[in-house]
Design a protein around this ligand. Structure first.
Ligand code: ATP
Length: 547
């Protein structure tokens, strides 16, 4: 980490502590690595980020329903999802200083050290970044936190704190589908706590052990179903309009790109400029075996370019896994598809099955070759297995039945908050009329997420009329948005206090206010002041807060 970037993160974290955005958890007992608390301004910022996501993803659309599931769920969920067997990071330990760390982060930790140790074993390039000692062979370490449900501490009662919110959505897919009266393509969204026993929590709140996620599982028809129903599948090559209304004949590739664009729109709307994030499209050998595509949206944090959120096309993997493990069918019935298939002749159906078998074989062989780094040709037995599964799949489609595929935009609340704080933070050098230099620390939050929307001051606290009018305005506004009242110190100091909190508008009630009811509105970024009536201010504020 460059010294400069470290210092900007240090300055930001100092402000966050001083102004009540973020504290170490359990600080009076020395803190807990990887656990953070949000103070008065931080919890407002967090609530606004979550509300913005919910508005954009759920309430502002007709095709997404919400869910709020428990953190502890049946342990079989984590068996089915693969988390019990494979949700692990490679861990290593220093044989000398006994420090534990993620094997894939050894180089980054070394880069962070002010005093760089030399390897104790000459010529070794895998050595402890803290003391230069020898490191153990990396071993997988499961990241799930274990707990025991009920009074008996027995392995049969072991459960896990969820490491992601997504699995509850799959586990409740049938219930939500039945009760929301929505049909595929549609999505289920959930926000809430997730827990990962990260080996080395680092970079402030970026990698925490307790954090919140905002996840959407958007269920779509398999491309084969779209083709049977519409006679074609729209792909990116068709140049579809991703800014217009969604279309029923889109294939997975278009839905995936659509959600990447939606996520970018959201990030823009809450205050991250497009030029500050980058799409990283995972390469075929990096993709999970079931994934068709995965894009990480990366942001330039002060400690380097890192994943902010991900958008994955996960095929029907998750619902199929739950179908397999729970023995409860996760298929939907799609009547328009069944009606379309009624028109097919037996020859049409046979041709469709043969085409699907060839496509599945080709896709699976390509994916396996990319993973292996060399051409993989399946055995006859493997080919027969794929052909049999493709046939059953097609026959179900002809009956209007399938397990939906899914596009998963998955974001971290805390990571987005950190990005918004980094983006908003500025130390401005100002020179006043007398040539005196000063530093103004300001958080340029978008008003939609700003913890305090407006601060209200009487210019002269002792002036009864000013005080009363300011207090009336404060009481009225407090019913609408989060406001602050401040009467202490010179007006300039009061503005600076609000600048540090990222408050977009400060209202000052002065003598003229007591005559005509207007007041000055000082805008945070331009520092300009405009005289407005209460009605004019409300209209301007609501416009800025609207999604
Ligand atoms: P990473 O590679 O950084 O560990 P991941 O690819 O494992 O992340 P996902 O499992 O895809 O992350 O989780 C989705 C989102 O949840 C991430 O993009 C991130 O915003 C957030 N997230 C994941 N792990 C953490 C964590 N330990 N602390 C804070 N946020 C996290």
């Amino acid at each position: 980490m460059a010294e400069e970037s470290k210092s900007s993160l240090d300055a930001l974290s100092a402000l966050c502590k001083r102004r009540g955005f973020i504290y170490h958890s359990s600080e009076i007992y020395g803190g807990m690595p990887g656990f953070w608390d949000y103070g008065p301004l931080g919890c407002e910022l967090k609530a606004n980020v979550k509300q913005a996501w919910w508005q954009f993803t759920v309430r502002g659309r007709e095709d997404v329903a919400g869910l709020d599931a428990t953190i502890i769920m049946h342990p079989k969920i984590w068996k089915a999802s693969g988390h019990l067997d494979t949700f692990a990071d490679p861990m290593t330990m220093c044989k000398d200083c006994k420090k534990l760390m993620r094997a894939d982060q050894v180089k980054d930790i070394y880069a962070d050290q002010k005093k760089k140790p030399q390897p104790k074993v000459a010529g070794s390039d895998f050595f402890c970044p803290y003391c230069g000692g020898e490191l153990t062979e990396p071993k997988p370490f499961n990241l799930m936190f274990k707990t025991v449900v009920g009074p008996i501490d027995d392995p049969s009662n072991v459960a896990y704190l969820r490491p992601e919110t997504a699995q509850a959505i799959f586990a409740q897919f049938l219930n939500v589908t039945a009760t929301s009266r929505m049909a595929v393509p549609y999505g289920i969204a959930q926000m809430g706590k997730s827990f990962r026993n990260e080996v080395t929590p680092r970079n402030y709140t970026f990698r925490s052990r307790e954090f919140e996620q905002m996840e959407l599982e958007f269920f779509i028809r398999p491309d084969e179903a779209v083709e049977l129903q519409y006679g074609h599948v729209v792909t990116l090559a068709d140049n579809p309009d991703l800014n217009g209304p969604v279309q029923d004949d889109w294939g997975w590739e278009v839905w995936h790109k659509y959600w990447v664009e939606q996520r970018k729109k959201f990030l823009n709307a809450v205050g991250l400029p497009t030029e500050k994030f980058v799409e990283y499209w995972q390469k075929p050998d990096e993709l999970a075996h079931y994934a068709r595509a995965c894009v990480d949206i990366e942001y330039d944090f002060p400690f380097g370019r890192q994943e902010l959120e991900g958008i994955a096309a996960r095929s029907d993997f998750d619902l199929s896994q739950h179908q397999l493990h729970s023995k409860v069918p996760q298929t939907v019935f799609d009547d328009p598809l069944k009606q379309a298939c009624k028109k097919l002749t037996d020859d049409d159906k046979a041709a469709f099955i043969a085409k699907t078998q060839a496509e599945w074989l080709d896709w699976k062989q390509k994916a396996a070759s990319a993973k292996a780094g060399k051409e993989v040709v399946f055995s006859d037995e493997e080919k027969a297995d794929i052909a049999a599964k493709a046939k059953v799949f097609c026959e179900n489609l002809f009956d209007g039945k399938y397990v939906p595929h899914v596009i998963e935009p998955s974001a971290g609340v805390d990571r987005l908050m950190l990005a918004l704080l980094c983006e908003a933070y500025e130390e401005q050098k100002l020179t006043d009329e007398k040539g005196k230099e000063d530093i103004r620390t300001v958080l340029h939050f978008n008003p939609k997420v700003a913890p305090v929307k407006v601060a209200i001051f009487p210019l002269i606290k002792k002036d009864e009329a000013q005080y009363k009018l300011a207090r009336d305005i404060f009481t009225k506004l407090q019913k609408k948005v989060n406001c602050q009242w401040d009467v202490s110190g010179a007006i300039g100091r009061r503005y600076r206090r609000q600048d540090e909190a990222g408050t977009p508008w400060c209202i000052t009630v002065d003598e003229q206010s007591t005559k005509d009811g207007t007041f000055t509105v000082r805008e945070r970024d331009s520092m300009e002041q405009r005289r407005m009536s209460y009605g004019e201010f409300l209209a301007m504020m609501y416009e800025a807060l609207e999604f």
